[in-house]
Design a protein around this ligand. Structure first.
Ligand SMILES: Cc1cc2nc3c(=O)[nH]c(=O)nc-3n(C[C@H](O)[C@H](O)[C@H](O)COP(=O)(O)OP(=O)(O)OC[C@H]3O[C@@H](n4cnc5c(N)ncnc54)[C@H](O)[C@@H]3O)c2cc1C
Ligand SMILES: *[C@@H]1O[C@H](CO)[C@@H](O)[C@H](O)[C@H]1NC(C)=O
Ligand SMILES: *[C@@H]1O[C@H](CO)[C@@H](O)[C@H](O)[C@H]1NC(C)=O
Ligand SMILES: *[C@@H]1O[C@H](CO)[C@@H](O)[C@H](O)[C@H]1NC(C)=O
Ligand SMILES: *[C@@H]1O[C@H](CO)[C@@H](O)[C@H](O)[C@H]1NC(C)=O
Ligand SMILES: *[C@@H]1O[C@H](CO)[C@@H](O)[C@H](O)[C@H]1NC(C)=O
Length: 580
């Protein structure tokens, strides 16, 4: 079938599905004018979790402000995650990184962030991976009491409703939460073969959220019965029935209100072109994520003085807000063709897949093709399983024929993701207009060691493709030169360096822009209670507070941070006697 025809067929299916599934959520457009105990800014991974936990206290009045709208129904179809990032998507902020000659083809990378209730958990890859024990023990040793692995494990388990009885019986998983964690119920032939290949390559197949993260697995996902479970669905939907929780969507927060030089007492937001102010009698909590939380703080006068002054912003607190940006960098340098096991559908099979999904919640659309495996590699020459991995691999479906649902593909990117990059970047405002995006400069590969490790990772990928499991299925490396790298000989490290520079990608994990740590550490913004240094009644509770980059993925940790932050608030405001 002609690619164009196929793409349009998929789009027709998609629109049918949208019509069928869309039950308008209870849009709450009533602009709040009043007083609340807590005002939460941003309804993403952390914000939805917090809104639920704080509104458990019936006499607390909680307001959640979200810049995006209600979460669409179509993004809950796992295979349609491929559409959440397209320019037509209304649920992405549409950011780009600032250009750098070392990465992203010199022109900057697209930098998606969810803009809807559920935040980035409404558009993400759904991987539920927590990180290694050592990652959290490192946080503690940087002066953050209460953040070691044994301290935080209980907060991971608190949210979780794991559907696998074997896993639930271990000490690492929970079943009493509302966040459904399950492997997808559909795996195609390539997915199963890649797992076999990774085992042949020497990685153990194991629960990556168990004792060790080194290994490979069909990953646990935030999913239930063939659908995505964003934090909006897992935490907010039910909580919105409580009369003490108000949610206002399409509310773009522009700044935190501060009086007496250091006391937060509310926020200002814009909705439909009108500016509103709302007040928090207890605390303001920023959960706008690693890009937007620094932007809001800087617009409020909390940030590096030399960043704020050129914009005429009065400095309330000179703190390194937005500095220390770290991200998991990756590239699509290695592409593997799968001619014999292509998952490109014909019209009949597409139609059947569609019916399977609609009527039975089964089939390829319940999953994301080959993008459901994670593999964590030991550092070179180490054999111990408690090592901190330095490379992760995922296997992203693709096709030259345009953007299709993830389950339809004839090529796979072997994506090597650097786990502990040394390069650090920043997020800085570029305007006093809250609607102007901040400058996002990750400085990928500024430290050459990061590039050297990425090149090593390419060799791992090529070795995996040579395993019998993949050779038997006819996997073959795509030797078509990457555009811009034609002058290098394919297979040389210079070629791979060029490929990594031209095809750089984010694995969507910005962190550390409001780094947690003791005030004596000049790189930190919040203390281990998540309170902004020198400011009263203001906390940051989201991915930005991570003191260092963790292994794996950042959603589960962001939810954990919110669970722990909610308990801190309950404790500090005298409500810690309720059962958890
Ligand atoms: C495409 C993509 C794929 C990913 N895949 C995975 C994955 O598979 N597994 C994983 O673990 N992690 C993944 N991540 C990362 C993960 O989703 C994030 O780390 C996590 O959601 C961060 O949580 P957060 O609460 O800090 O921010 P977010 O979830 O991004 O939420 C921030 C919220 O604040 C809102 N907001 C921002 N500014 C304002 C403002 N001025 N006023 C009001 N509201 C505002 C935003 O609209 C958003 O709803 C992915 C991310 C993306 C973008
Ligand atoms: C549950 O998890 C275990 C360990 O990862 C796995 O072997 C088993 O197949 C899973 N069971 C189901 C029903 O998915
Ligand atoms: C369409 O694809 C399915 C599944 O791969 C196959 O069984 C069927 O024969 C194909 N039909 C046509 C008309 O090509
Ligand atoms: C790993 O071992 C090989 C062979 O002994 C050696 O050449 C290489 O430098 C070692 N790598 C590291 C990172 O130590
Ligand atoms: C910053 O603003 C200037 C002037 O409006 C614009 O030209 C530039 O592209 C912006 N930079 C980024 C990285 O957005
Ligand atoms: C490749 O080499 C040719 C001939 O030397 C040169 O004209 C061209 O600009 C080079 N291309 C790149 C991308 O460097």
């Amino acid at each position: 079938m002609a690619p164009a025809a196929m793409t349009s067929f998929v789009l027709v299916f998609t629109s049918v599905l949208v019509v069928r599934l869309s039950q308008a959520g209870s849009e709450n457009s009533r602009p709040g004018g009043g007083n609340y105990d807590f005002v939460i800014v941003g309804g993403g991974a952390a914000g939805c979790t917090l809104a639920n936990r704080l509104s458990e206290i019936a006499r607390w009045k909680v307001l959640l402000l979200e810049a995006g709208g209600e979460e669409p129904e179509w993004s809950q179809v796992p295979a349609y995650s491929s559409y959440t990032l397209t320019p037509e998507s209304h649920i992405d902020w549409g950011f780009r990184t600032a250009p750098s000659p070392l990465s992203c083809g010199g022109v900057g990378c697209v930098y998606p962030r969810g803009k809807t209730l559920g935040g980035s958990t409404a558009i993400n890859g759904m991987f539920y991976v927590r990180g290694s024990r050592q990652d959290y023990d490192d946080w503690r040793s940087l002066g953050n009491d209460g953040w070691g692995y044994d301290d935080v494990l209980g907060y991971f388990k608190k949210s979780e409703r794991n559907g696998n009885r074997t896993l639930a019986a271990t000490r690492y998983h929970g079943t009493g939460g509302t966040l459904d964690v399950n492997v997808f119920k559909y795996q195609d032939v390539n997915t199963r073969a890649i797992i076999d290949a990774l085992v042949q390559y020497g990685l153990p197949e194991r629960d990556l959220n168990g004792e060790y993260i080194i290994g490979a697995a069909i990953t646990q996902m935030i999913s239930f019965n063939g659908a995505r479970r964003s934090t909006n669905q897992a935490f907010l939907r039910e909580a919105r029935k409580r009369s003490n929780l108000e949610v206002i969507t399409m509310a773009h927060v522009s700044r935190v209100l501060i009086r007496n030089r250091n006391q937060a007492y509310g926020v200002e937001y814009l909705k439909d072109g009108i500016t509103y102010r709302v007040f928090a009698t207890k605390e303001v909590i920023l959960s706008a994520g690693s890009i937007c939380t620094p932007q809001i703080l800087q617009l409020s006068g909390i940030g590096p003085a030399d960043v704020l002054k050129p914009f005429g912003i009065k400095v309330v607190a000179d703190l390194p807000v937005g500095e220390n940006l770290q991200d998991h960098v990756c590239s699509t340098t290695v592409t593997c063709k799968v001619p014999r096991t292509s998952q490109m559908p014909n019209i009949t099979s597409q139609f059947n897949d569609f019916l399977d999904y609609i009527y039975r919640r089964e089939g390829p659309l319940t999953a994301t093709g080959s993008l459901q495996i994670a593999a964590f590699f030991r550092p070179e020459n180490t054999t111990n399983d408690d090592a901190v991995p330095y490379m992760e691999f995922t296997f992203a479906p693709t096709t030259p024929e345009g953007n299709l649902p993830f389950c339809y593909y004839d090529r796979i990117y072997f994506v090597g993701i650097l786990q502990k990059p040394l390069s650090k970047g920043y997020v800085r405002i570029n305007s006093t207009d809250p609607f102007q995006p901040p400058i996002i400069q990750p400085n990928y590969f500024e430290e050459d060691q990061d590039m050297r490790r990425m090149v090593e990772g390419i060799h791992y990928a090529l070795d995996i493709i040579q395993t019998p499991a993949l050779q038997n299925l006819g996997f073959e490396v795509d030797m078509e030169p990457i555009s811009g790298c034609e002058n290098y000989t394919w297979g040389t490290d210079d070629y791979f360096r060029c490929g990594i520079m031209m095809t750089t990608r984010t694995n969507y994990h910005p962190v550390t822009t409001c780094k947690m740590g003791p005030k004596s550490d000049p790189t930190t913004v919040v203390d281990s209670q998540l309170k902004v240094h020198s400011i009263l009644n203001l906390r940051v509770i989201d991915a930005s507070i991570m003191p260092t980059m963790i292994s794996g993925h950042t959603m589960a940790p962001s939810i954990m941070i919110a669970e722990k932050g909610a308990d801190m608030l309950k404790h500090d405001w005298g409500e810690d006697k309720i059962k958890n």
